[in-house]
Design a binder for this molecule. Sequence first.
Ligand code: HEC
Length: 155
Amino acid sequence: MFKNVTLFAALMFLALAACTSKKEAEEAAKKSPTPSEAATPQPEVHGTEVKSLELTNPLNKDWVTTGKKIYETKCLACHKLTNEKLVGPGWAGVTKKRTPVWIMNMTTNLEMMLEKDAEAQKLLEECLVRMPNQNVSQEDARKILEFMRSNDGEK
Ligand code: HEC
């Protein structure tokens, strides 16, 4: 009987010891960098937040032309000009649905938008893909916006 109790105690001790060392191993594993931490993302080039914007009428034809060119090189792969979704939403009607400031920030400042803008967050959930930072300057973003307006039938 006594023997059994000792055995039992010994087993308990072993079990506890095993448990502790397992826990320690887990702690150690937690401390070593995970792959996602190891690959620290490069800092994004942030545009400064666009706070207000005056649209002009009629459209600036030069901007529409330049905006279209930028669209073709940097946006066309993911955005159609219809309302059909490709990787991102189609652009038809985007200037009616969104404010110019919102569009500008979406183009130049996606990081910030995804942090605090509910609509942007919703889009990300719908599309499942995050729009990559295209390093578009504010001037270029303004020209793309002019092209979007033209795509939405403004003259
Ligand atoms: C690799 C694909 C990809 C490229 C290239 C891309 N986008 Fe996007 N875009 C997305 C995705 C995905 C979303 C929605 C999810 C999100 O916001 O991350 C989006 C959302 C948007 C929206 C919001 C649309 C809406 O319906 O409200 C705008 C505006 C936009 N992009 C502008 C641009 C501009 C301007 C360019 C080119 C300079 C561009 N995107 C290039 C994938 C892309």
